[in-house]
Design a protein around this ligand. Structure first.
Ligand SMILES: Cc1cc2nc3c(=O)[nH]c(=O)nc-3n(C[C@H](O)[C@H](O)[C@H](O)COP(=O)(O)O)c2cc1C
Length: 170
């Protein structure tokens, strides 16, 4: 699969079969995260791989998130570990962009491996931190559920290039 094919194949899947993710596929996804660019190459990231049923259930219930978190074989939790108060000259927090990129790299590699995914940002951070023993200073930016989907709904429509791209000026 080319990178473009993987990006085209990816779509958010919110219902999962019990099928386990093969270790080599999980490793490839984690390797993609490792290769992600970060501000100053500081790599202030910790990705927590959660597969234990009890932990996923706790997160699902206590962090008031969606059932797919419990259902999918793998839950990746993207945490920024340091410098979470650093604002870039552009006025955005660097760690948010770092975590977004890492999340995106993981999604594309997962698609390349034939895995289904969905980003989950609807969760209560404090509850996720409590369940996974994440230090107070870290921030949980995003989670990704990953596994084999039980839903074959079509890809969502995307805007055309004309709608989202302009040249030279806005
Ligand atoms: C920052 C961000 C947060 C998201 N949070 C959630 C979420 O909490 N729950 C969910 O079901 N989908 C979530 N999504 C998935 C989007 O709803 C989905 O990407 C969008 O509808 C486009 O569909 P597609 O991924 O199939 O292209 C999130 C996506 C992004 C980029």
């Amino acid at each position: 699969m080319t990178t473009m094919e993987a990006m085209a194949a990816r779509r958010s899947v919110r219902s999962y079969t019990p099928r386990k993710v093969e270790e080599d596929k999980l490793e490839r996804v984690l390797e993609a995260v490792r290769l992600t660019p970060s501000r100053h190459n500081e790599q202030n990231i910790r990705v927590i791989v959660v597969r234990e049923e009890a932990l996923k259930k706790k997160i699902c219930q206590q962090a008031k998130t969606q059932p797919m978190v419990e259902q999918a074989d793998v839950l990746l939790v993207f945490c920024a570990t340091d410098q979470t108060d650093f604002m870039m000259p552009c006025g955005q927090y660097g760690y948010v962009v770092d975590m977004a990129l890492a999340t995106g790299f993981a999604l594309v590699e997962a698609a390349d491996q034939g895995l289904d995914t969905c980003i989950v940002c609807a969760f209560e951070e404090a509850a996720v931190k409590a369940v996974l023993a994440i230090p107070e200073s870290a921030r949980v930016v995003s989670m990704v559920v990953m596994g084999y989907g039980a839903d074959d709904s079509p890809r969502r429509e995307k805007k055309t290039l004309e709608q989202i791209v302009s040249y030279e000026h806005f």
